[in-house]
Design a binder for this molecule. Structure first.
Ligand SMILES: Nc1ncnc2c1ncn2[C@@H]1O[C@H](COP(=O)(O)OP(=O)(O)OP(=O)(O)O)[C@@H](O)[C@H]1O
Ligand SMILES: [Mg+2]
Length: 459
């Protein structure tokens, strides 16, 4: 035994037996510690790192079985082997039921002791290794609650790390549900501003006439409802981060004021004459193409360049399908735990559908789909039946599309193929096919006639 497989704790109130066992295991090259009672063993376990406990069953004070039960509860990673007196098979069975890894009957033969202990310690060490790897994988594939193992997400993690500590403004772009707010938080909480507030503002949710006073605050009497001086979100975010979500919805007039605030590092409450110095980092987000908005004169060009010092583009989920299994696993676990359901994962068929689906609502949609599936699920695994029809249909539908794109079919050819497929799916039922295609029956007949090149009898 040369490898380091962890320490064995030998528990026995008979000093001679204890020493004998310890020496034997030490001779085999193991690291061994000893305890003279169950109570002492618990004390040692709380202080050190052990892989296996080898304990006598009958002892003064805390008995072996009770010790076993406590270890199972408090240290599920530690394997326990019990030593019982010859002939007490019932107790041995009882011990296994309570989660012992194995048992030895006294008088214990040397070879038997070595064989059992070494098998158990090898198992324990393997399990610890697997757990360690699992933890590592999770660390690597997640960054401040953002999960992703795909290349584009690894690039995002890397960018977050690099921009976090710089004072520059960041523009986060991406479709709805791609995790823009999550990324904004990750930047803030990885920056040296993390102990100051992160203040999110949804520019689309606050009525235009209130937005200015929300952002900059106001002085008493500045307008009819201004009964008291009030500070705005800018001041609330002092030394921290102001997250301007849906920035495209900000009225042009306020864009100008914000631009000034960013440039001069000071703001003016509505109705105030004196400016207030602010030290706030701006992170903005949008699911629109801001450059297009600039072109259409709906967004100020100078403001755009000021915000967009660094752009962080979040890829849609359909462009990083390799992240789907990871997200599915995490959401399933989280949801099953929250609802106390025994769901442990998803079936292979269900996972295939989840990977193939287009996810127009991105990660948020996936999260909702999993929540629904876990709620509906009746077993340990989510099955295709637990998924919404749109997701269930993804597999076949995408294959048709992929095949068509592969052959670069012209649109009318594709239409032909698609109609045929749908008809196959409905078993030739034209009524159902027309319904599925969203056209009336007459139109379907006409198209079929075109496909077959003959006038249809019903026309
Ligand atoms: N990579 C990810 N890993 C784990 N959870 C994610 C990830 N991306 C998004 N989510 C989750 O999906 C949901 C939507 O994320 P978020 O609100 O950040 O998206 P968004 O881009 O701001 O969407 P919207 O444009 O609709 O506001 C949240 O519950 C978030 O926790
Ligand atoms: Mg958002």
């Amino acid at each position: 035994m040369t490898e380091d497989w962890g320490t064995i704790l030998v528990v026995d109130d008979d000093a001679d037996m204890r020493e004998l066992t310890c020496d034997l295991l030490k001779d085999r090259g193991h690291q061994v510690a000893a305890a003279g009672s169950g109570e002492e063993a618990l004390k040692q376990l709380a202080q050190g790192d052990y892989a296996v406990v080898l304990t006598d069953l009958r002892m003064k004070g805390l008995q072996g079985l009770e010790l076993l039960t406590q270890i199972r509860q408090e240290y599920p990673d530690i394997n326990v082997i019990l030593m019982t007196a010859f002939g007490s098979v019932e107790t041995a069975v009882e011990a296994m039921k309570h989660g012992a890894s194995d048992y030895l009957t006294k008088p214990v033969k040397k070879v038997e002791l070595v064989r059992v202990v070494e098998r158990v310690i090898r198992e324990a060490s393997l399990r610890r290794e697997v757990n360690r790897l699992r933890r590592e994988v999770h660390k690597e594939y997640s960054f401040h609650h953002i999960l992703g193992k795909s290349k584009p997400m690894q690039v995002v993690f890397d960018l977050i790390r690099r921009v976090a500590d710089s004072p520059t403004n960041v523009l986060i772009t991406g479709e709805s549900g791609t995790g823009k707010e999550l990324v904004a938080k990750a930047i803030h909480y990885n920056s040296d501003r993390k102990d100051a507030p992160f203040i999110p503002v949804n520019c689309a949710a606050i009525p235009e006439q209130l937005l200015e006073s929300e952002l900059f605050g106001h002085m008493r009497g500045a307008f009819t409802d201004a009964k008291m001086d009030k500070h705005g979100l800018f001041e609330e975010a002092q030394k921290g981060t102001l997250f301007l979500d849906e920035i495209s919805e900000l009225p042009l007039m306020l864009q100008a004021k914000l631009l000034r605030a960013i440039q001069e590092k000071e703001i003016r409450r509505v109705g105030a004459t004196k400016p207030i110095a602010v030290d706030v980092r701006i992170i903005a987000a949008t699911n629109l193409n801001l450059a297009e908005e600039v072109k259409a004169k709906r967004f100020r060009e100078d403001f755009y360049y000021r915000l967009n010092v660094i752009e962080l583009k979040l890829p849609p989920l359909r462009e990083r399908r390799e992240d789907v299994p990871l997200l599915v696993e995490a959401f399933t676990r989280k949801c099953a735990e929250a609802r106390g359901k025994p769901v442990k994962g998803v079936s292979e068929a269900a996972l295939a559908m989840l990977i193939d689906y287009g996810w127009p609502g991105n990660v948020r949609e996936l999260e909702n789909v999993i929540e629904r599936a876990v709620t509906l699920s009746r077993g340990e695994k989510v099955t295709p039946d637990d998924l919404p029809p749109a997701v269930q249909g993804a597999r076949g539908d995408r294959r048709v599309l992929d095949e068509a794109a592969e052959k670069t079919l012209p649109l009318h050819e594709f239409e032909k193929e698609y109609i045929k497929k749908i008809l196959e799916k409905t078993g030739g039922n034209k009524y159902q096919a027309a319904h599925a295609l969203g056209i009336d029956r007459k139109t379907l007949y006409r198209k079929l006639a075109e496909i077959e090149g003959t006038p249809h009898p019903e026309e």
